[in-house]
Ligand binder design. Structure first.
Ligand code: FES
Length: 109
């Protein structure tokens, strides 16, 4: 089985592209976005403490792991968070996430 999936990323300016991401490396979606040259501050380094990796899940949310309390608490502090918001640093993708579509929303400062 191929351990590469395709996901769709919409940047803050509306630019959308499909990228291929490996699922057999232990990287979070935040790290994968940074590796693909997307601007994500990730000030806290992936500890669910800064919320600058905020993404909106446009489709495929049902195949993601449920958020833990720490992620939900942090999302609660964001004025622009919604029911479909997640912290990319808390998401590790599997082959189930083929076709996931997200929009990057995290603050740039
Ligand atoms: S990188 Fe800080 S909350 Fe995700």
């Amino acid at each position: 089985m191929e351990d590469i999936i395709q996901i769709e990323i919409e940047d803050r300016d509306g630019t959308t592209q499909v990228i291929e991401v490996p699922t057999d490396v232990n990287l979070s979606l935040m790290e994968l976005l940074k590796a693909s040259e997307y601007e994500v501050l990730a000030t806290c380094g992936g500890m669910a403490l800064c919320a600058t990796c905020h993404v909106q899940i446009k489709s495929g949310a049902e195949n993601l792991p449920e958020p833990q309390d720490q992620e939900l608490d942090m999302l609660d502090t964001l004025p622009d968070a919604d029911n479909d918001s997640r912290l990319a640093c808390q998401l590790r993708l599997t082959n189930e996430n083929e076709g996931l579509s997200i929009k990057i929303k995290g603050a740039l400062q």
